[in-house]
Ligand binder design. Structure first.
Ligand code: NAD
Length: 435
């Protein structure tokens, strides 16, 4: 089976390398020449555990190739996975310009039957639109089938998630095309991964509904945490007590600085937009977005309640990526917190094990000091905020930290420290929902 994967971001690269590892011949295409040059040498341009090894292994086995030549890649492939970005447009809808570019490029070059598989997260109706665009613009009289195959991998554990997914969703109308995609995923089928075969619209919505539900769950526990702070309850115990109910489940019940990342915020916004378009508003999700924006700035309120006015103070921020094990800072709480601290007149030092380059790119010339270690970040500060629960922050040498800080103040937005222990060491401490 020859496969082309268009877009070598998190989803495309992991899918391409993963499918090659299943034994298929895969060519990954990207329009970013610099990225492709790196990938040809086996260098992965972002941090994702295990991915570089998988890419190198399949490159040297001759099953994986990289190119910028879409025509050549498509010519030799029966199946084309579309994995380009669908970022948020200013009105909250999904910006489908990358999808449209790909569909029009495919219409130019396709000269034989192809199955186009959309892995990008796209609004309901997009797969039909892709087929229409190709049919209306194709240069050769050939047929194509489209399949919706949304991806559920999580950054930070993307390789593992691709190899062992909870489910495979295949939406389509052509039994022949569905059979081809099932064949590609046969290794997962044999491993008893549940498959859901459905129509295009249902498959497209499963992805949005899943992400919107998870974002709602996080937001719910964040509001419970805020309530705990007012009434003297401990949210970590509340969450444990709730999570033991199998109807609720323990996952995604960790309060924190609000959800971020390249998926939840944009997918919730896009679903809200789709609801409005068909006069079926998602009131819960509109509230989720509003609460999440407020939650991102809770760290600042906590800091102010511990040290007062932030003007002239030096603050250390530990963790810039939206979650551990990734260099991705898209919609990360750090992008709300750091500029707000500066706006309030604070001097800001930051540290992250892998995301500092991405953060620099995102904030441009914002005046921030980049530290090389957590201790260097803490030096001479009036307070520290932990925004990402990287493992290396879980066992900081608190004695040393206290020694180098001007004021031992710790705002722990991930509840990775036990309040009584930290306070015993002489810190002023605030976690989330632990009054
Ligand atoms: N990142 C995740 O965790 C994740 C998880 C599940 C689903 N998704 C969805 O998958 C899609 C891709 O996400 P991502 O994070 O991998 O995106 P990304 O922005 O990291 O990568 C997209 C890639 O597509 C390339 N590209 C754009 N237009 C192209 C074209 N015309 N030809 C060739 N290459 C082109 C870009 O250069 C880029 O390398 C999005 O719809 C996203 O919502 C992402």
């Amino acid at each position: 089976m020859h496969i082309a994967v268009i877009g070598t971001g998190y989803v495309g690269l992991v899918s391409g390398a993963g499918l090659a590892d299943f034994g298929m011949k895969v060519v990954c295409v990207d329009k970013d020449e610099e990225k492709i040059e790196k990938l040809k040498k086996g260098e992965v341009p972002f941090y994702e555990p295990g991915l570089e090894d998988l890419v190198k292994k399949n490159l040297s086995a001759g099953r994986l190739e990289f190119t910028t030549d879409l025509k050549e890649a498509v010519k030799n492939s029966l199946v084309i996975f579309v994995c380009v970005g669908t970022p948020p447009a200013p009105d909250g809808s999904a910006d489908l310009s990358q999808i449209k570019d790909v569909a029009l490029s495919l219409a130019e070059v396709i000269d034989d039957y192809k199955v186009i598989v959309t892995k990008s997260t796209v609004p309901v109706g997009t797969n039909r639109w892709i087929k229409q665009l190709i049919d209306e613009n194709k240069k050769h009289d050939v047929s194509v089938d489209v399949i919706s195959n949304p991806e559920f991998l999580r950054e930070g554990s993307a390789v593992e998630d691709f190899m062992h997914p909870d489910r495979v969703i295949i939406g389509g109308e052509s039994a022949y095309a569905i059979a081809i995609i099932k064949d590609i995923y046969r290794p997962l089928y044999l491993a008893e991964t549940p498959f859901i075969i459905t129509n295009l619209e249902t498959a497209e919505l499963i992805k949005y509904a899943s992400n919107a539900f998870l974002a709602t769950k996080i937001t719910f526990i964040n509001e419970i945490a805020n309530f705990c702070e007012k009434i003297g309850a401990d949210v970590t115990v509340v969450a444990k007590g709730m999570g033991l109910d199998p109807r609720i489940g323990a996952k995604f019940l960790n309060p924190g600085p609000g959800f971020g990342g390249s998926c939840f915020p944009k997918d919730v916004k896009a679903l809200v937009h789709q609801g409005r378009q068909v006069d079926s508003p998602f009131k819960i999700l509109e509230a989720v977005l509003e609460v999440n924006e407020t939650q991102k700035l809770r760290a600042i309120q906590k800091l102010e309640s511990l040290i007062g006015d932030l003007s002239g103070k030096t603050i250390g921020v530990l963790g810039l990526s939206f979650k551990p094990n990734t260099s991705d800072v898209r919609e990360s709480p750090s992008l709300a917190v750091v500029p707000k601290l500066i706006e309030k007149g604070a001097k800001v030092k930051v540290y992250d094990p892998v995301a500092m380059e991405e953060f620099k790119k995102a904030v441009g010339d914002l005046e921030v000091e980049y530290a090389e270690t957590p201790i260097e970040c803490a030096k001479d500060t009036d307070g520290i905020i932990i925004l990402t629960e990287w493992n290396e922050f879980r066992f900081l040498n608190l004695g040393e930290l206290k020694k180098v800080m001007k004021n031992p103040v710790l705002v722990d937005m991930r509840n990775i420290y036990e309040p009584s222990l930290v306070k015993k060491l002489g810190f002023k401490y605030s976690g989330v929902g632990r009054a």
